[in-house]
Unconditional design. Structure first.
Length: 138
């Protein structure tokens, strides 16, 4: 029998550069007792961009290679959506590298829409992220 669990913790470490701010939460998805992936959510001022209304950012979402194509990424996103709703957010959003066609197709399939772009540096090489937003149902 396969079991999937979420384990999470919230960081409230002010003035920590690697965390950026408080209001960050890390969640780990476990499958059959093994860590299969994780997700980082940013709330309030911890978000890397500002949007109209209340929002929650998915800053990181990772499923380990051995656990891909098993629906765990979708489970993490469903968990993020429920967490955002509990936080009374209107939007859930994330940035996706413009060349990541598989991820872009997946996010479109589950209701995210591209709204804008932003640039980030990979070393000295500027890269483009598509900002994708999902309006949450009340």
């Amino acid at each position: 029998m396969t079991s999937i669990q979420f384990k999470g913790f919230i960081l409230t470490i002010p003035n920590c550069n690697s965390i950026r701010a408080s209001n960050c939460a890390f969640y780990f998805i476990m499958k059959d007792g093994n860590t299969a992936g994780y997700m980082k959510l940013n709330f309030a001022e911890a978000q890397t961009e500002t949007y109209d209304g209340e929002s929650v950012e998915i800053e990181k979402l990772c499923v380990l290679p051995a656990f891909k194509r098993q629906g765990l990424g979708r489970k993490l996103l469903e968990f993020a959506e429920e967490t955002a709703k509990q936080d009374h957010a209107e939007y859930l959003w994330l940035g996706v590298w413009s060349d990541n066609d598989k991820a872009l197709a997946f996010y479109h399939e589950i209701g995210f829409k591209q709204t804008t772009t932003h640039t980030f540096n990979l070393g000295d090489d500027p890269q483009t992220d598509f900002v994708m937003v999902k309006k949450l149902q009340k």
